[in-house]
Write a protein of this length. Structure first.
Length: 247
């Protein structure tokens, strides 16, 4: 009843405004938009896959507990009261752990709800930004959500802008992909330039080192030549001295 009252109030308010000026009104269907967004499908698949893994763990634990109960029933007649109580206590602890795990994963504040909120929030932001862009560019005064708590008793399809929202989001995502590819291309090109620059610098350093090595080699050769010359000169002087001594 409260929803109907709110709708009537909105209708009367809108009529009052329309009587003063022309008002442009549109509406969206969030559920329809989400169903037609590939990003939402991917998120749903990820959440479903995660939920299946957790369910598999739960079913495995249930089978283990069932096996413990069957083993206890089969051996109960042979066990003392102390052993029976101990096994029953162990089974109870396993059941409590299982219940806590279920609540942690699938409870109202469980991991599945948290992950769903985290993954869907960016998509909801995209929808909101697309609505705001359409409203601003096409000068809408009001845009309602057909999937919200506000009950729409009648809605003309020509005022449904859900497809426009989907197209706006798709264009935005395509631009992001193009920008991403462009950035990757620029990064790869920059990386190649850096590699080429490093190669050029290494080649320059190698050339400089080679020149230095050549200079050192030439100097060593020159020194060796000088030493041989000096040795010959020394021998010549010695021979000359010996000759004078004989004379």
């Amino acid at each position: 009843m409260r929803k109907v009252f709110i709708l009537i109030l909105c209708f009367l308010t809108t009529n009052a405004i329309v009587s003063q000026k022309g008002v442009k009104i549109g509406y969206i269907d969030t559920e329809y938009i989400l169903e037609n967004l590939s990003e939402y499908s991917e998120v749903s698949e990820r959440l479903e896959s995660q939920a299946q893994r957790w369910n598999s763990e739960i079913q495995k634990k249930k089978r283990e507990i069932l096996g413990m109960k069957e083993a206890l029933n089969a051996e109960r007649i042979l066990l003392t009261k102390e052993l029976t109580d101990e096994m029953e206590q162990e089974i109870l602890i396993e059941e409590i752990d299982l219940e806590e795990f279920q609540q942690k994963k699938f409870g109202p504040n469980g991991d599945l709800i948290i992950q769903k909120t985290q993954l869907i929030q960016p998509i909801q932001d995209q929808i909101f930004n697309a609505i705001r862009e359409i409203a601003k560019s096409k000068k809408y005064d009001f845009i309602f959500d057909k999937s919200s708590d506000l009950v729409m008793l009648y809605s003309d399809k020509r005022y449904d802008i859900s497809d426009q929202v989907i197209q706006t989001i798709s264009r935005s995502n395509n631009r992001k992909k193009l920008d991403s590819r462009k950035e990757k291309k620029e990064f790869d090109q920059q990386k190649r330039q850096e590699i080429q620059k490093n190669n050029d610098e290494n080649a320059k350093f190698n050339l400089r080192d080679k020149k230095q090595e050549n200079k050192i080699q030439e100097k060593d050769n020159s020194n060796r030549k000088l030493s041989v010359k000096e040795l010959l000169e020394q021998r010549k002087q010695k021979n000359s001295a010996n000759k004078k001594g004989k004379d």
